[in-house]
Write a protein that binds this ligand. Structure first.
Ligand code: 13P
Length: 251
């Protein structure tokens, strides 16, 4: 009913040649396995065109890690959703906690980015998640709900149906401290309920909700076995075939 997806977020890693080598090796590994999920690589912008030219799209799907909140014009250094789409990429990560924390991205800006991504036929992988202090204060549900409401709930049900969500507790990102399987399932179920309350159960049931934050070969199987966890958004472990493939194969 909904897709299982394992997406690699390379962040600011790999020069062009290293990136092409990684995709080539990943694709070779994928050809020799029967994989039960969609595999997406979200590369730096400069890799997109070249990677698109070398992938077999039945095996590997391509995404960017961001796009601008403006259509076009005098915004030096920015990359628009249309430009991303013109490379052949099909996905775009939006609202990653690193973008929110280091580059001041607000829910209002993200709302614009989501609309532009959808207008250019990109699938947003929309990231949400609380910081440690918020979890310790028991505010994680309130925080995540607000991110979803402000970033996404202006969308029609039809457009919301095109969104992939990624729950990434900020305290688990790059820390080696994964959310427990129970914590992940509890939050994912809450997210699905929140979506159901706004758009109805059918839309909620069709929405893929990925988990991200120190997901690796050792914990992926248990995390993905949860009924509301539909895959992963993988940072560090997506940078090598040897660490990424076991996560893909966890389905
Ligand atoms: P790590 O897998 O390195 O913790 O990163 C998760 C992440 O931020 C993916 O977007």
């Amino acid at each position: 009913m909904r897709k299982n997806i394992v997406a690699g977020n390379w962040k600011m890693n790999k020069n062009l040649q290293e990136g092409l080598d990684l995709v080539k090796d990943l694709q070779t590994a994928l050809f020799s396995k029967k994989v039960k999920c969609d595999v997406v690589v979200c590369t730096p912008f400069i890799h997109l065109g070249a990677v698109n030219g070398m992938i077999d799209k039945t095996k590997v799907k391509l995404g960017a890690q961001n796009c601008a909140d403006k259509v076009s014009g005098a915004y030096t250094g920015e990359i628009s959703a249309e430009m991303v789409a013109s490379t052949g990429a099909k996905y775009v990560i939006l609202g990653h906690s690193e973008r929110r924390a280091y580059y001041g991205e607000t829910n209002d800006m993200l709302k614009e980015k989501v609309q532009l991504a959808l207008a250019n036929n990109l699938t947003p992988i929309f990231c949400i998640g609380e910081v440690l202090g918020e979890r310790e204060a028991g505010q994680q549900n309130t925080v995540v709900k607000k991110q979803i409401e402000e970033g996404l709930f202006a969308l029609s049900a039809e457009d919301f149906g095109k969104i992939v969500l990624a729950y990434e507790p900020v305290w688990a990102i790059g820390t080696g401290k994964t959310a427990t399987s129970d914590q992940a399932q509890e939050m994912h179920a809450f997210i699905r309920q929140t979506v159901a309350a706004k758009y109805g159960q059918a839309v909620a049931d069709a929405t893929s909700i990925l988990y991200g934050g120190s997901c690796n070969a050792a914990n992926a199987k248990e995390l993905f076995a949860n009924p509301d966890v539909d895959g992963g958004l993988i940072g560090g472990a997506s940078l090598k075939v040897d660490t990424f493939m076991p996560i893909v194969e966890a389905f």
